[in-house]
Design a protein around this ligand. Structure first.
Ligand SMILES: Cc1cc2nc3c(=O)[nH]c(=O)nc-3n(C[C@H](O)[C@H](O)[C@H](O)COP(=O)(O)O)c2cc1C
Length: 354
């Protein structure tokens, strides 16, 4: 079966060869991973929430210097400087804007007017309906098995539910790692799959080897969802840090949070009021303690400790359940070729009607 058989509304919309997305993961999806994914024919998405504006601009330029293929930038719609980030995306001619939370109608309009394809990530049907009504071009639907901040409805239930609810292309995320998963998602009516953990575990990802080794050693039972880090359900590897945060009382949690906040402030150049504002924005109307507000603003710092510094003892290792079944570190080129060839094979083995 030829590649043409796996052309979808998504591949046509964005102009990529394969119906695959490498998602924007803080500290992980940098220029090297994104350009490797793009050159392999997937849509690579740069994670910008953990970058300053200047870092974002130079990261975008670095990707452009490494590939002529389309790519995207992921940003937090609730970030104080979301508008400035949108400006960078438009000025630099980035093909796709991806959002960690539903963007406002205005932001969608501004991007679309400039010819940028808008693909928010959502975790519930009503959010998909909302962004579709506001003009989003496609949505990534993340089921509960996905890594990072996540919901509690499984991909197998959420994906077809959203496919039925909207008439824009829907890309499934959460739990995908191979060609069988891609074919299953297409069968649900999706236009492709987005993978985070699977692309983190490639030789093109800059995540330190010691950290990759922890993911490779994990079983599906070693991946947990906790609210102890930032008050929101967050899927990650279960570590001593997670255990200690879950056990800590209010005072100890606040002391730990302030210490981490101080470290992150130095790294990010954010002011304390900005950090508190970003932390409060992540509350989503929930009752969070002050330590959780600070930790919410600090999640990037906790991810950085592992994803950049290799501190498996101190950092948070966001992960999908799928880490429990991943056992190798292919290049992005090998991974994409393998997923596509498995998908073609599986399509050829499905029972035919009659
Ligand atoms: C290490 C890590 C960091 C992540 N950071 C972000 C982020 O900054 N923004 C975002 O929208 N999603 C983030 N996510 C979620 C992924 O983009 C993606 O939706 C998820 O990993 C899909 O599930 P999978 O891991 O089962 O493939 C992150 C996930 C991981 C594993």
């Amino acid at each position: 079966m030829s590649d043409a058989a796996l052309e979808t509304a998504f591949t046509k919309l964005v102009g990529v060869r394969h119906p695959l997305i490498q998602t924007g993961m803080g500290w992980v999806a940098g220029p090297r991973l994104v350009s490797a994914s793009a050159n392999a024919g997937a849509l690579g998405i740069l994670a910008s929430a953990t970058m300053t504006l200047d870092q974002l601009r130079s990261a975008v330029r670095e990707v452009k210097s490494r590939t002529d293929e389309p790519f995207g930038v992921n940003l937090r719609a609730d970030a104080g400087d979301a508008r400035d980030r949108v400006r960078v995306i438009i000025d630099e001619g980035v093909r796709v804007a991806s959002f960690a939370l539903a963007p406002s109608r205005d932001l969608i309009a501004e991007l679309k007017d400039a010819g940028v394809v808008v693909i928010p990530s959502i975790g519930a049907r009503r959010h998909a309906e909302k962004v579709a009504a506001w003009g989003a071009d496609a949505v990534i639907v993340q089921g509960g098995e996905g890594g990072g901040h996540t919901g509690d409805v499984a991909t197998t239930v959420l994906l077809p539910q959203v496919v039925d609810a909207v008439d824009i292309p829907v890309i499934g995320a959460g739990g995908f790692h191979d060609g069988r998963g891609l074919v299953a998602a297409l069968a649900y009516g999706a236009a492709g799959v987005a993978m985070g953990t699977r692309f983190l575990l490639t030789s093109d990802s800059t995540v330190p080897d010691a950290v990759k080794a922890r993911y490779l050693a994990a079983t599906v039972k070693d991946v947990t969802v906790t609210t102890a880090v930032d008050g929101l359900p967050h899927r990650m590897l279960r570590t001593d840090l997670v255990d200690s945060l879950e056990r800590a009382g209010r005072t100890r949690a606040l002391v730990q949070a302030v210490r981490r906040a101080a470290g992150f402030r130095k790294l990010s150049g954010l002011s304390w009021p900005q950090m508190v504002r970003d932390g409060l924005a992540m509350k989503h109307g929930k009752e969070l303690s002050w330590s959780q507000v600070l930790l919410a603003a600090n999640t990037p710092m906790l991810l950085r400790a592992s994803m950049v510094e290799g501190r498996t003892d101190l950092g948070v290792m966001a992960s999908g359940q799928v880490a429990g079944v991943i056992e190798d570190l292919p290049t992005c080129e090998e991974l994409v070729a393998r997923v596509m060839s498995e998908a073609r094979h599986v399509l050829g083995t499905l029972p035919t009607p009659g």
